[in-house]
Design a protein around this ligand. Structure first.
Ligand code: MN
Length: 279
C-alpha cells in the first residue's frame, strides 16, 4: 500500500504514456459488463476457458505491465476513459476480474459511495466517493471510525471506475492489489450543505470535503481533510459530531462481513457462496 511513496510524483508519472492499454481496456469493459451481473459472478477469477480472443490478447497486453508504451493500433480510444488512465494502466484485465475503467454518461441520480475491505499486502479499507463519473478513492489503513475525536489517515489513490462498486472477490497474487476484496459498505452520499456535486467538487479541490453518508453501516456527516504534505495527497477521514457519531462503537471490528454477499474475508478468499446457490 502507499505507506512508502518513493518520490513526490511517483503516482502521477505512471499515468502517462499508457494510452494503448487504456483504449483496449475500455473496449473490453463493454463485453464484460454485458455478461456479468454484479459481485457474485465477478468474484471468481477469470475462467481458464476464456474466449480465444482474450487469450490472444494476453501476450500483447502483458507488455503493458513493463511500463512501455505500445502503439494504439489505429484504434480510436474513447475520450471518456481518459480520467481512468492510471487505473487501467496498473491492471492487466486478462488476469484480474476487476472491471476495466470507463466513464459512463452522466445521469441525474444520487452519488454513490462504496467501501471495500481489501486484504492486500496490508489490510486496508478503500473508501470511494463518486464524483464526475469516477470514484474518487482513498486507502484508509484502519478504516472509518464513528468517533469524532478519531482521525483516520486516508491516502488518496487513483480514481476507480463506478463499475468497481460491485466488485467483490479476489485479485490474483502478483497482480496490482492482489488479494481479497469485500464490499464492506455502500450507499449514497451528498454534500453536507445541499450544494450538490458542485459543492463536493469545490471541497475536493480545496482539500476539505464535507459530506453526509447514507450507507448500510455508515451514516451521517464525515469530513475528508487534505494534509499539507509533499507527494501524493494524504487526507484525514473524520466523523462529524451528529446523531450517528458513536465513540463507543468499533464499527470495523463489529462488522466483518460483506454487505452484499454476507461472506467473511475467508469465505470470499476461498470462493464460497453464502447467498448464491447457483454454482
Ligand atoms: Mn485497495
Amino acid at each position: 500500500m502507499a505507506t512508502k511513496r518513493s518520490g513526490p510524483r511517483s503516482g502521477s508519472t505512471r499515468a502517462t504514456g499508457k494510452s494503448a492499454a487504456r483504449g483496449k481496456s475500455a473496449t473490453k469493459a463493454t463485453s464484460r459488463t454485458s455478461s456479468g451481473s454484479g459481485a457474485s459472478k465477478r468474484s471468481r477469477a477469470p475462467s481458464t476457458s476464456g474466449t480465444s480472443s482474450a487469450k490472444r490478447s494476453t501476450a500483447k497486453r502483458r507488455t503493458s505491465k513493463t511500463g512501455e508504451t505500445r502503439p494504439a493500433g489505429g484504434r480510436t480510444r474513447p475520450r471518456s476513459s481518459a480520467p481512468l488512465a492510471e487505473y487501467n494502466a496498473k491492471r492487466d484485465f486478462t488476469r484480474t476480474a476487476e472491471p476495466a475503467g470507463k466513464v459512463p454518461k452522466p445521469r441525474g441520480r444520487s452519488l454513490q459511495f462504496v467501501i471495500q475491505k481489501h486484504e492486500a499486502s496490508h489490510l486496508h479499507f478503500d473508501f470511494r466517493l463518486e464524483l464526475d463519473g469516477v470514484m474518487k478513492s482513498w486507502a484508509v489503513p484502519k478504516g472509518p471510525s464513528l468517533d469524532p475525536t478519531v482521525r483516520r489517515l486516508a491516502m488518496e489513490v487513483e480514481d476507480h471506475p463506478i463499475s468497481y462498486n460491485t466488485f467483490e472477490g479476489t485479485i490474483p497474487k502478483g497482480e496490482y492489489g492482489g488479494g481479497t476484496v469485500m464490499l464492506w459498505d455502500r450507499g449514497t452520499y451528498e454534500a453536507d450543505d445541499g450544494g450538490g456535486a458542485a459543492a463536493l467538487r469545490r471541497g475536493y479541490e480545496k482539500g476539505e470535503l464535507r459530506f453526509v453518508m447514507h450507507g448500510q453501516r455508515l451514516q451521517g456527516g464525515f469530513v475528508l481533510a487534505r494534509l499539507k504534505r509533499p507527494g501524493r495527497p494524504q487526507w484525514l477521514l473524520i466523523k462529524r459530531r451528529d446523531d450517528h457519531a458513536d465513540p463507543d462503537r468499533d464499527i470495523t471490528a463489529e462488522e466483518t462481513t460483506s454487505v452484499v454477499s454476507k461472506r467473511t474475508m475467508e469465505q470470499i478468499a476461498t470462493g464460497r457462496r453464502v447467498w448464491h446457490s447457483n454454482r
